[in-house]
Write a protein that binds this ligand. Structure first.
Ligand SMILES: Nc1ncnc2c1ncn2[C@@H]1O[C@H](COP(=O)(O)OP(=O)(O)O)[C@@H](O)[C@H]1O
Ligand SMILES: [Mg+2]
Length: 313
């Protein structure tokens, strides 16, 4: 067993009388992509900020294990830890007055990287971000996807062992998301560890070997995506929607064929171990639309965190 790269123990943060991170513990193993999912306001960004030393915890500890050195501790060793971490914040923090190339070079200076190092590194990072053709453009001239990739390139300036990515693909179109995923996969394959928050369950399932589910500042589940689904859900889902579908949620005969019945908006969700009898029974309602699929991470998320909308965040 190798030591975790970063270990957070019993983290707590309180603002006024509201505890926004409440006893959260986790470890990031070397080379893994750990996902943090949870509704708006769950405490994801606050947790990341505490790992970076930007927000001081009211309780708990954060340790970081550098290669071949003694264990470092936040906030005591904040500088040494930050030298090994790259960050993409939830909202872009690029300098609008500098070109893409300059944004990288200026960031390099924060890490004490000389011009010679950056002469080699900056073009390589722009290429990694598929932004070579935008080297002399300013952030205002970039698409949303390009800005996020520039933020990622900038986070890589110090060749970090650990990347903290706060919603790196929010607001991107599908093509831009796929390009970002491909780049993140490359980084993981090259041995970089990643902690990533996301609202996209397909992203979490695709990229992350392990997930933390946060809600109201607490960790409510942890595990590999497939294992979490198997642990908490029946394997098959039948969704029924269309005019009159909601009445089926009250239909005792159908309910008896499902382990669990849920309503969200205008759709009824039947969760079951064996969908065939349910699908046969639904043939009596040919005007309704049905969708039979395996249970997924979104089902898990909604089961654990509820279906009501969180406006916060
Ligand atoms: N600096 C702050 N002052 C007061 N409340 C804050 C501050 N930062 C975050 N919060 C509150 O803490 C809660 C968690 O926020 P955050 O960590 O941003 O959640 P998430 O990233 O999961 O959406 C929210 O209710 C938010 O309003
Ligand atoms: Mg956030």
């Amino acid at each position: 067993m190798t030591a975790p790269l970063l270990q957070a123990q019993d983290l707590r943060k309180t603002y006024g009388d509201s505890t926004v991170v409440n006893g959260v513990s986790f470890a990031i193993e070397p080379g893994e992509c750990l996902g943090v999912i949870g509704p708006n306001g769950a405490g994801k960004t606050t947790t990341i900020r505490m790992c970076l030393g930007l927000t001081t915890p009211d309780g708990g500890s954060i340790h970081y294990q550098p290669v071949g050195g003694p264990l470092l501790q936040m906030p005591r060793d904040a500088l040494a830890i930050k030298a090994e971490i790259g960050v993409v914040t939830q909202f872009d923090s690029l300098d609008p007055d500098f070109t893409c190339l300059e944004n990288l070079r200026v960031f390099g200076r924060y890490f004490g990287l000389g011009a010679r190092v950056m002469d080699e590194r900056a073009p390589r990072l722009l290429e990694f971000a598929a932004l070579t053709h935008k080297a002399h453009a300013k952030p205002g001239e970039l698409s949303g996807g390009m800005k996020r990739r520039l933020s990622l390139a900038r986070a890589l300036v110090n060749e970090p062992r650990l990347l903290l990515l706060d919603e790196p693909t929010t607001g991107l179109d599908p093509q831009a998301r796929h390009l970002m995923w491909e780049r993140l996969q490359r980084l993981v394959q090259a041995g970089t560890s990643i902690l990533l928050t996301t609202h996209f369950m397909d992203e979490a399932e695709r990229l992350c070997s392990r997930l933390l589910v946060l809600d109201h500042g607490r960790k409510i589940a942890e595990g590999a995506p497939r294992a979490l689904i198997a642990e908490h859900l029946e394997p098959e889902v039948v969704e029924v929607y269309g005019a009159g579908a909601l009445a089926l949620a009250q239909d005792a005969a159908l309910q008896a064929l499902a382990a669990r019945t849920e309503v969200s908006g205008e759709t009824v969700f039947f969760y079951t171990r064996e969908a065939r009898p349910l699908l046969d029974a639904l043939l009596q309602h040919p005007h309704l639309r049905t969708l039979h699929r395996p249970a997924n991470l979104e089902d898990l998320f909604l089961k654990l965190t509820g279906r009501q909308i969180r406006e916060d965040g």
